[in-house]
Design a protein around this ligand. Sequence first.
Ligand SMILES: [Zn+2]
Length: 621
Amino acid sequence: MRTLTVAAILLAAAPAVAQPSYDPAPLLESLRPNERARVPREAGVAAGALPLYELSIDLADDLAGFDLDETVWWTNDSGRPLSSVVFRIYVNAVAAQPQVDLIEGECLDNVSCNTSMPSADAIVVQPAAPVPAGGRLRVHMRLRGRLQAIDPSRTTLMGQGLEGLGSLSGGHGSGDYGLLAQSDGVASMAAFFPVLARMRAGRWEQSDSSTMGDLGSDSLANVSARVRVADGVRVVAAGIEDPPLVVGNRTEVRVRAAYVRDFALAASRRFEHHDRTVAGVTVRSWFVDGDTASGDRALDAAARSMALFTRRFGAYPWTELDVVEAPLIGGAGGVEFSSMVTVANMFYRPADAGPQGGLLGSLMAGQGGPGAASLEQRRESMIEFTTAHEVAHQWWHGIVGSDSREHPFQDEALAQYSAMLYVQDRYGDARAQRETRDQVTAGYHMMRLMGRADAAADQPVASFADTMSYGGVVYGKAPHLYPALRQAIGDRAFFAALRGYVSDHRFRVAPPRALYARMARGPRGARVNALVTRWLDETHGDDDLGQPDLGQMLGGAGGASDPQSQALLRQLQQVLGSSGGGGAGLEGLLQQMLGGGAGGAGGGGGLDGLLQQMLGGGGAP
Ligand SMILES: [Zn+2]
C-alpha cells in the first residue's frame, strides 16, 4: 500500500556517539522467572535494546487531568541511519478534540534536536545529525493531558447498546472508546503517551488511513512508570506494580513492564480486587465497590480462560494479568493491552432496561426462540465472553504479534474463536452454539440487515467501508473459519498447529497465513487451503451463516411482550417492510433511535424521547 524510498541525505551519518543504555533487569521481573532469558532470545532483541518509556505521571485529585514527564530510550534498529524519530499520541488521532498537548521536547546527552508536530497526533524529533544504525537517542518530553468526562448514564448496557448500534454504521473515525476518560470515580488511561510510530518499509508512519479498529504500532517496548495520585487512589497498570509509597500527601506507585506492545493504567478510590493464581500467574480482577458479583464473574472467566488457553496455546509469560472494570464507550466491550485488559463497566451492573427495555433488551439479547436468554442472563454471558476474548488477545497480539492495521482479522478472529472455545470447554456444545449465534454470527447478520455486502475478511482496516462492515466481517464471519478447520483436520492436528504457531512466533510478528500453512502440512492440506480461501478471501457468508431473521431476532424473545415493545416492533417491521428488504430503512431507524438517545440530558430522558419518537408521539409512559 505504501511504496517508499530512503532519502539520500541519510548517507551522511554522524559517527556513533556512545550513549548510555539502561539496566533492563528490574523490568524483566514482570516476566515469569523461566521467561526472563527465553523471551529476549525469542524476540531476537536484547532487553536493553528495546525502546524504554520512562513515564512520570501526576494524576489530578479529581482525575480530570495529568502532567506527564516522559523519557524515551531509543536504539536505531532499522539497519540504516535515520534523520528523524517520529512519535504518535494515538488518543489524539481518535478523540474529537486533542486530549494530550506537548509542552516541550528535547534530546538528552548533549544532542541537539528540533521538535515539531505536523499534526496533533504526531511528534517529529530531528537530531542535528542522523542517528546511525545501532545508534541511540534519548528524547525527553513534557506533556499535559485531559481525561474526557463520561456521564455515567452513557455507560449502561442500554446506553451502550444504542451507541454501539449507531457507531456500527459510522464511517472512519467513529470516535474513541473512552481511551483517556473518567467516569463515576474511575480514570482510564490508554494511548495517552507518545510512543514510537510504526515503521513500514523504513519510513515512519505519521498518520493513519483509518481510525477504525486498534491503533498502535504492535512493536515491543519496556515501560517504567511512576504514577502519583491522591492519597487513597488505587492504581492498576500493565506489568507489575510495587507497593504504594507515601510521598507527602500523595501516593506514588511504581510500575514495570517488559516486552509489552502497549501500556495502559487505571486509577480509582473505589477500586477493589479479587485474585486467583492459575498455573503460577496471578489473575487479578479489579472492580468498583458494589460490583463484587460481576468482578468475581470476570475473575472466574479470566482464570478459567487463562487455564484453558495455557493448555491449548502455550504458557503465559508475564507474572500477572489484570482484568479491569473501565468506563468504555462507543460500543466497545473491552480493550486488550499486554498483561492487562479492560472490560466495559456496562457488563458489571444489572441492566435497568426501563419501559422500553423489552424490545431493546431482545435486540441486544440476540435471537429469540426456545431457550432465549433474559437480558440479565445475557449480560452475564457477555461479561464472560468479552473477558475470554480479551484474555485470548494475550496470545493473539500480545505474545504472537500481528499487523493489526493490514491484517486485523489475524488476532480478532482468533480472539473471537478462543472465546467460543472457552464457552464450549466450560458449558458444552449446546450453549457454545447459542453463544456463537448470539455473540458472533449476530454481528454478521446485523451487518447484512443494514444492507452491507459480505466482503473478504483478510483486508486492511482501511479497506472496509465502515465499522459495520468491519465488525460484521472480521468479528462476525471470520471466526467461523476455525471450527471448519478443526473439523477438517481433527482436534489433535488443529491444536498442535495452534501451539506450534505460538512457539514459532512468540514475541515476533507472525505472517498472516502462517497458522494455515502449518495446518496444511497434513494430509488434508488441500481442504485447509480451500477453507482458508473461502472464509478469508471470498464472500460466502450468506451461504455459510444463513439468512438473518429479524422477526426472530426481535420478536421471539420473551422480553418483548410489553405493549410499548410490541408497538415499537410493529413500527420497526413496517419500516423494514416498506424499505423493500431491510437495508437503508433499518439503518435510518436506528440512527433516529440513536439521535433520540444521545439528545437527552441523560440516558433516561433520551430513551424516553426515543420511545416517543418511535411510537409516533403516541404518548410514552
Ligand atoms: Zn479483540
